[in-house]
Design a binder for this molecule. Sequence first.
Ligand code: ADP
Ligand code: ZN
Length: 440
Amino acid sequence: MDEPVAKNRVWDKNELMDRPELENLQLYRLRQVMDRVSHVPFYHQAFAEKGVTPDDIRTLEDIQKIPFTTKADLRDHYPLGFLAVPRNKILRYHGSSGTTGRPTFVAYTRNDLDLWAHLCARFLVAGGLLPEHTVQIAFGYGLFTGGFGLHYGIEKVGAAIIPAASGNSGRQLLLMQDLQTDVLVCTPSYALRLAEVIQQEQLDRTSLALKYAHLGAEPWSEDIRTHIEKELDILAFNNYGLSEVIGPGVSGECVYRNGMHIQEDHFIVECIDPDTLEPVPPGEQGELVFTALTKEAFPLLRYRTRDIASLNPEPCPCGRTSVRMSRITGRTDDMLIIRGVNVFPSQIEQALLKIEGTAPHYQIVVDRPGSLDTVTVNVEMSPAVFSDRMSDLQALRDHIVREIQSITGIQMQVNLVQPQTLERFTGKAKRVIDNRGALS
Ligand code: ADP
Ligand code: ZN
C-alpha cells in the first residue's frame, strides 16, 4: 500500500459509517426518492410499465427492478421534463457542457445547493484543503457545473477563493504570484498548459506558493499526473462528477490516491456491461450508473453516464467506507470504432506517454477516404528533442507507430509537429476530430 501523500482528514463522520448502516440508509433513501419522482411523467410511465413501486424495493439489489435513465431520455424531455419540484422551488440552473451534443439542463433547490457544497467540501478536505488555504478557481463560471460547484464547496470549508475563471494564463500566473495561491482548481489539460507557460516565461517557481491542485472534468492518466506534479511541484488530486448527477462532488481521491471515493450516502453506484446491461464484478471495467438519493429538484434514477471505469469495494486505509472508482478510461461515446476495432483516445495517449520526446499534446483525426477508416495522430514534439535531423525524426515516428499499434492493434499514420503548434485548452480538451460522419 502506498503511503498517504498528506495528512488524512475527514470532513464529516458519515464518510466513516459502517457498511451495514450505510446500506440501510441507501435503501431507505432509495425508496424515498422513488416516491418523490413518481409524479415525473417519465418515471410515472416507466414504473408503470415495469410494474415497480417503492414497496418492491426490499434490498439494494432490487434497484435492478428500476428502469435506467439515459441521456436520450433527458433530450426527449428537453428542457425540464425531469423536474421533480415546482419551478418556484428552483434556485439555480446549470447545463452539461455539451461535449457530446446539445446541452441538457439540470436544476437545484436550496437544499440541493447546500448538499452540493457539502459534497464538494468533503472531497476537497479529503484531498488536503484547509481553511487557511487560498484557492484559485480556473474553471469556467457559467452553465458548466465546475466553477460554481467548487466555489461553494471551498467556501463551505472556509478557505479563500480567487474566482479567476478560465483562460488568460498570464493573468492566472500573476494572481498566483501576487495573492500566493495555495491550491489550483481546473482541468488537467489546463494545469498542463499553466506548467508550460511557467516554463516558457522562465518564471521563478519559488515566487509561487502552490501546493495542491484539484483536477477533474475530463479524463487524464497517472503519467499526466506525474508530469503535472513534477512541473508544478505540487500534489494533484482527481475528482469526478457530471451535471446530471450533481456536478463535481460525486467522487474524489483521499490522500492514499488509490481510486476516488464515491459519496455513497447520496449516490448509489452500479457498474454494468454497456451491451448486456448486467452488473460486472468488482475490479472489472464497465459503464458507471448513478442513482441520486437525496436531491430534490432533479433526482435521476439509474442514470447511465457512459463513463467507463471499475469499482473497488475494498476498505481504504483512510477509514472511509465508500466504494472507490478508478480513473475514467473513456466514455462509451468517446470510443472510436476503427475498422471494427474499439479504440479509446486514452490508449493513444498511453502509447505517447511511454515515449521520451513527445509532449503531452496530440490530436487524433479520423477519416474514411474510401471504404476504410484511416487514423492520423498529430504528435507534438517536446522542444528538447525537436531536431531537423531527418533520421532521428523518422526513428521517433516509427517508434510511436509501433507503440500505438501494440496497444490498439491498429496501424495509424503519425505526423510529428513542431513544439507549440497544436491547440491548447482552457477547459475540457478536444483531441479527436472524426470526419467520417460528414462522409457517410
Ligand atoms: P458533458 O457530458 O457535456 O461533458 P459535464 O460537464 O457534466 O457534461 O461533464 C461530465 C463528464 O466529464 C463526465 O461524464 C465525464 O465523462 C467527464 N469527467 C468529469 N470528471 C472527470 C474525471 N475526473 N476524470 C475523467 N472524466 C471526468
Ligand atoms: Zn481513502
